[in-house]
Design a binder for this molecule. Sequence first.
Ligand code: PLP
Length: 286
Amino acid sequence: MPRIAYVNGRYVAHRDATVHIEDRGYQFADGVYEVCEVARGFIVDSKRHLDRLDRSLSELAIDWPIHRSALMTVMREVIRRNRVHDGLVYLQVTRGVAPRDHPFPVGVRPSLVITAKKTNPDALRHKAEAGVKVITVPENRWDRVDIKTVGLLPNVLAKQKAKEAGAYEAWFVDPDGTVKEGASTNAWIVTKDGVLVTRPADHGILRGITRATLFDVAASLGLRVEERAFSVEEALAAREAFLSSATTLATPIVAIDGHPVANGHPGSVALSLRQAFFEIAEKSPA
Ligand code: PLP
């Protein structure tokens, strides 16, 4: 079955889906995006994702390409046309197409692209149950990573470095030794007392939607969450470390820069958060 993408008002074959060479997303990374999980036929946390999209757009003074409710309708239609029961829906909004010039163009409509793809929940679960490795890299991104822009080059380079080191993720670390977040995930530890720790969602990290929902999941399991910075050393000595994103949910980390986290086995707190996630998250039928 051929994949279908939505591009600026039209449903087109994925392999033929194109945008103009003067799209500002292509030329300046002048755009934002969202990735929502689709699980068991539901779009997970769509409200929080579209609220974050709203914030990203407004921080960059880009208009909504279509009304929010119409966007939900198109997301559902792309999911339906691609027969995604478990997977991801990706949406990207750029400032639009205009002759290349740095200042904002006037009277230009934002571009909207939506795609959906299937994932294999069993493979993702097995990966989580085995745990993943991370490496650390120096923080070298701009200070507005709270805006979910498509300008991801430092993240791409960090992820590639992780891959070459046989790891899944790279943690950006500040000069003071504290962990910011991963290239595409938020970072967490569980202290010896069983408290979940994750960096405050100020301008220094992306306000992960999975991170936000994990606060609710933690509360439902009677776990305490503390928002504060932690160092790589603290993570290595912690009871557990894990990462979170719409794609990975909560996934245990078993090694950092080749050193085992705790006993080097996937943590049970991360796995129970993962297990309870779907129940607690907001779900709307896809
Ligand atoms: N941090 C970064 C840099 C990301 O790119 C992502 C997801 O793409 C996350 C964190 C996790 O965010 P979410 O839970 O909304 O997927």
